[in-house]
Design a protein around this ligand. Sequence first.
Ligand code: ATP
Ligand code: MG
Length: 257
Amino acid sequence: MGASISLDHISHGFSKSSALTLRHIDEFIEAGELVALIGRSGCGKSTLLQIIAGLIKPTQGCTRIDGKQVIKPSAKWNLMFQKASLYPWMTVKENAALGLNFAGLDKKQIDDRIDPLLSMLGLQDKKQQNVQRLSGGQQQRVALARSLATEPEVLLLDEPFSALDTFTRSALQAEVPAICKQRGITLVTVTHDIDEAVAMADRVFIMSQNRGEIVAQISLDLAWPRQQSAASFLAQRAELMQRFADTENQGCGQVSA
Ligand SMILES: Nc1ncnc2c1ncn2[C@@H]1O[C@H](COP(=O)(O)OP(=O)(O)OP(=O)(O)O)[C@@H](O)[C@H]1O
Ligand SMILES: [Mg+2]
């Protein structure tokens, strides 16, 4: 079962002299909820995800996962980075199984967990290949397999499908939320892509362009699984696009003087 995430009054600056990257982030994400975080490039999305994961200590405030303050990374949650960070000397399967090896699972347990995941991600024929010989999109899928393999309670995805072709991307935009719903995993997906946000979230947070705030949020009133060509999906997409434009028109996207 998933875990709740509480973002308690988080502000963050990378240095004392520069402006704050994140300001007054105060949100609660229910256990098992699927959230998407959207905003323009450089607005602080990856920074917030790394703070949730305990990789960056915020200047103010804290994250709580299931009520406990996050002070360091844990096996309870997994962050898939924007750039697939794989070990180049290992095979696809060895990379995907890394977390399970650390956890001490034996070969059969690893096979039972990893083989179906690699098949789902279209990598069944690449299992024994060195990851250096894969395309960027294939490497991204290996990183996704590694993130799912440990069955975390919280999954944090930073632009997970940006290097994928449109067919694989839309398949995974359906598959990943289905896995999370089935296992009760709490999911936070960072994306630039409005369709991806509508496909993968119960609720979408919109970040301002330069002020580091969550300036709006919208709960999506759509059934699972999402049908990207359905009229209701397209209507929700249009509403989200409008809300995003409204936040920028209201000056939420601009740096305050
Ligand atoms: N380690 C760091 N040191 C100093 N500044 C940083 C560091 N990491 C990020 N920043 C700055 O913080 C701001 C937010 O960066 P972040 O990577 O969180 O943006 P983002 O919303 O994920 O952007 P993108 O959509 O392009 O990935 C940027 O202005 C960036 O230059
Ligand atoms: Mg980023």
